[in-house]
Structure formats: structure tokens, C-alpha cells
Design a protein. Structure first.
Length: 381
């Protein structure tokens, strides 16, 4: 019983049963418009994450397959050899796969994609690439008498059946003070155009063997040239010439090989391997050596790396300077990703710097340039 004050009406407490609306209010909105949006949003996120995981796999698997070709130094068939050429571009799909893996939220996929990207970084920056002797050290130890160094600017260009712009080649020689020029796929018509453009007045010494089928070659120099010989059993002519820098005192003798390996296409892959192996055998010979031209191989090919480790060892100037992202082919023609198949390669005692790549109209190859520092020694009595 509830008492009340006099003159007031007694109020009896009421107990209300919780109806459906009250339950819905307490528990939150039901499967109406607001709840549907939340559920749909969660489902969309799950679908998007799953799609990212599948896309990461689709992007990563081809890149991983090409990475296996790069990592295993086997005699791969021609298609695999060609795919290995484009290894620097694997950075792109590897990076995309890593982003997609993180968006997909799958830990094991993230780890795999990260490892794949690290492989590309290692190969791209070539921590295992041979380096030349530092110029200061080379100068201090040049010859038995420490006679110092002499510099020589060199340039190479594949003229694509002699169609390269002669005026552009001569302009590059002038602008960069080139003292030695090697031309592959040299033709008689190109030789005439180079002479008309004034090359003979800048580089008066020449040993040339022009042809119209892409096998021709030429070496131009400010120094007198002496023919040494040809690399045997190669479809393209690869001559070696000798020049002597300096007179009346310390000199530097340099043997130069104008390289043009057969491209690894169709059934020519075995000849391509044979050409690179023959070029590598030049490293067995003593003295200062320069191999420059169209190797039709990148640093990612095991055949090219074997060439660099042959004999006393050789140095790819472009790779050693960190310039692997400077493509030399194709500058014209099919829209392919650019790769570096033209190289300046030296014996390790030859210093190098100032590596550059320049386009030349009329040819699908770029010209490659570098400054060399050659050790001087007093001539033998």
C-alpha cells in the first residue's frame, strides 16, 4: 500500500511490457536502410581485398618466373634469353604486386611480394658488378714507375645498316671531345657521309671494313691505329686495333675491339653465345683493353657476366657507373621497353667516368660515351 498526502490522489506505479519497437530501439536498427549499408560496405571490402590478392598473384607470378630465368645461369632457349633482357623492368610489376598484396591483407603474399621486389632491387643496382680501379689508386700505381694517367674519351654507335645520321655522329664527336670512335653496321655510304660532315679532320686515323649487310665496322681515332686481327668464326666482323697514347716519354698502349655479337633471335642463340665467349677470351691477353660496341646482351644475361669474369676480369663501365636504367635500344622502331645492349667494357686497371647515352637519328641504337683513364708507363728500352 502506498500512502499519499492528504488531498492528493494516490498514484499507482505501472510496469510497461517491452514491445517490439522498444527492443529494436535498445538493440539498434534492424535490417533497414542503415543496417544494410553497413553490411554491404563490409562485403564490398571483403570482395575488394580478395580481388587485390588475386591480382597480386597474377602480377607476381610472371615476374617471379622471369626472375627464375635471371637467377639460374642456364643455357636458356631463345625466348627465355629475350625475356631476361628486360629484367630491369620487372621492378614495375614487383612493386605493383607488393601494393596489391598489402591491400589484400594476406601476410604470406606480402612477404613473397616483398622478397620479389628485393630481388629486383639487388639486380638493378648490381652490387656484384666488377668495378674499375679508382683513378687515384690507378694513377699512383700506374706502371712500375708510377708515371701517371692519360685520358681518352671514347664513343660507340651501331649505325643500323649505315643509316645513322652522319652529321649527328660528327656533332657528338666534336661536342664531347671524342678521341676514339667505333662504328658497327658500317657501310660505304655512311663512310662517305661522315667524311663529308668533317669527321676525318677530327679523327684522322681510320681502319674500316664497310659492308651493306650489317657486318661492317670502322674505328676512327686521333692516334695512329695498327690492325691486330679479327675475332674468328663470327658472322659480324669484330676487329681488334692497337693505339699508343703519348710520345717521347711515358706511353699507354691500348688494344680496342669493335664488338658486334649476333642477336639472340630465331636459331642464332648458340652463335650469340659463341660470339660472347670469343669476346671474353680477349680478357686472357695482358695489357690495357677496351671492348666497345653492340654486344646484343644486357648485364642480366649470364653469358655477358661470364664474359666480364673471364681471364683477368673486365668492367662494364655503364653498369659500374650505376647507369643500367639508361637504355641504348630500341631508340626507334617497335615500342618495346628500353634495354642496355651497347656497352663500353675495359680491363680493370683502366679507370672510367662520365658514362653517357645519346640518341642518333636514323638508327635504333643510342651512342654510348665514356671517359677512360689509362695508366702510363715508360716504353721498354
Amino acid at each position: 500500500m502506498t500512502s499519499s498526502a492528504p488531498g492528493t490522489k494516490a498514484v499507482t506505479p505501472h510496469t510497461f511490457a517491452a514491445g517490439p519497437d522498444a527492443v529494436r530501439t535498445a538493440q539498434g536498427p534492424g535490417p533497414g536502410p542503415g543496417g544494410g549499408r553497413g553490411s554491404a560496405s563490409a562485403n564490398a571490402r571483403k570482395v575488394a581485398a580478395a580481388a587485390c590478392r588475386w591480382l597480386a598473384l597474377l602480377v607476381a607470378l610472371p615476374a617471379a618466373g622471369c626472375s627464375v630465368l635471371r637467377a639460374v645461369p642456364a643455357e636458356w632457349p631463345v625466348l627465355a634469353v629475350q625475356l631476361v633482357s628486360f629484367t630491369p623492368w620487372l621492378m614495375v610489376p614487383a612493386a605493383v604486386a607488393l601494393v596489391l598484396a598489402f591491400l589484400g591483407g594476406q601476410r604470406w603474399l606480402q612477404i613473397v611480394a616483398a622478397a620479389l621486389l628485393l630481388c629486383q632491387v639487388f639486380w638493378l643496382f648490381s652490387l656484384d658488378a666488377p668495378r674499375p680501379v679508382a683513378e687515384a689508386a690507378a694513377g699512383a700505381n700506374a706502371g712500375a714507375d708510377g708515371a701517371g694517367m692519360v685520358e681518352l674519351k671514347v664513343m660507340s654507335v651501331n649505325a643500323e645498316f649505315g643509316q645513322a645520321d652522319a652529321a649527328r655522329i660528327v656533332q657528338l664527336v666534336k661536342d664531347h671531345g671524342i678521341g676514339l670512335l667505333a662504328v658497327q653496321e658500317h657501310s660505304g655510304a655512311l663512310e662517305q657521309r661522315l667524311t663529308a660532315a668533317g669527321l676525318d679532320t677530327i679523327l684522322p686515323h681510320r681502319i674500316s671494313d664497310p659492308t651493306d649487310d650489317g657486318a661492317g665496322s670502322a674505328v676512327y681515332s686521333t692516334y695512329a691505329l695498327e690492325q691486330v686481327g679479327l675475332i674468328p668464326d663470327t658472322p659480324f666482323r669484330m676487329p681488334t686495333v692497337r693505339l699508343t697514347l703519348g710520345q717521347g716519354g711515358p706511353v699507354s698502349v691500348l688494344e680496342v675491339t669493335n664488338v658486334h655479337a649476333l642477336p639472340p633471335v630465331d636459331d642464332g642463340v648458340e652463335q650469340w653465345r659463341s660470339d660472347l665467349a670469343a669476346v671474353g677470351r680477349l680478357a686472357d691477353r695482358p695489357g690495357n683493353r677496351l671492348l666497345l660496341g653492340d654486344f646484343n646482351a644486357t648485364y642480366d644475361h649470364s653469358e655477358f657476366r661470364d664474359l666480364l669474369t673471364a681471364g683477368q676480369g673486365l668492367v662494364d663501365v655503364g653498369t659500374a657507373s650505376g647507369s643500367r636504367l639508361l637504355p641504348t635500344w630500341p631508340m626507334e622502331g617497335p615500342p618495346l621497353p628500353g634495354i642496355a645492349i651497347d656497352h663500353v667494357v675495359t680491363s680493370p686497371q683502366v679507370g672510367s667516368s662520365g658514362y653517357q647515352v645519346h640518341s642518333v637519328p636514323g638508327t635504333d641504337h643510342a651512342a654510348v660515351l665514356a671517359m677512360l683513364a689509362l695508366p702510363l708507363a715508360l716504353p721498354a728500352a
